[in-house]
Design a protein around this ligand. Sequence first.
Ligand code: SIN
Length: 306
Amino acid sequence: MTSTVKPQPVIDKPLLHYGRRDLNRTAPGTPETEYRILSVSPLAPHIGAEIGGVDLTQPITEELADELRQALLEWKVIFFRDQHGFESSHHVDLAAVWGHPEANPFFPKAETAGVSRLAKDSMAIGTENIWHSDHSFMAAPALGSVLRSVEVPPAGGDTMWADMAVAYDNLSDEVKERIEGLTAVHDWVPSWGAMMTEEQIAQMRPRLPQVEHPVVVRHPRTGRRTLYVNEPFTTRIVGVSEEESRELVDHLTLQARVPEYQVRFRWQPDSIVIWDNIATQHYAISDYFPQRRVMERIAVAGVPLS
Ligand code: SIN
């Protein structure tokens, strides 16, 4: 008689469960910063703070740049309101606080170097309404992004961010053990490629081959362990069976959907948001069509992850 024992699932823990989660904003032992210029108003206890006390159309001093960098490391997403008169040149200067500007290779070509304009209305459906980390399909994924609202719908069009260090902290010990030391393949073809012809894909491929990143990265600035697997771009885990890879990728990508790990921002005209693209994933909510939403974005070029 053949055995009827069902194979054990790799992961038997349900995603959403009642009870406490560990929501550490920074790695344990990290000292609190005293800001001299910025005021910091948290939107959630561990991720996302609205920043006051700064006019981003004025020259950025070294002291201000230091505080902005520190605030982003501590809060992972920082929000600014009413930055009237903020133009592309201010946008480039602000992104330069963190590094070199980098445009998304799939966005329309920018008029100002690095600044991508994303105009969405009933003719252009959302492509960012999936939890993702920008440019993870690149060998050196973007460190962060600076997004400015130019035109916002009367309601809707919010963006959400999820804290992927907290997501890692809350994985079960069993899953942490399974993913320790593993790497994953990231590829743009299943997502961006789905909107391109075979010829266009073949033309782009030599510039953007498949890449591998650790499943759990050390954040390049804080060293904190952070889950680095996202739905559109992570295609498989290396060195495990296809079934185990699928099950792990499904489980790990679902973590961004846990509400306790998230913060949500309601845009107004002339809002600016800067996010740490390694520590977080984001999701742009596409609920406003046929209203229009126009944003401008600069990514900050990254470093290889380890
Ligand atoms: C993005 O995914 O980079 C854009 C986010 C947004 O439009 O809110």
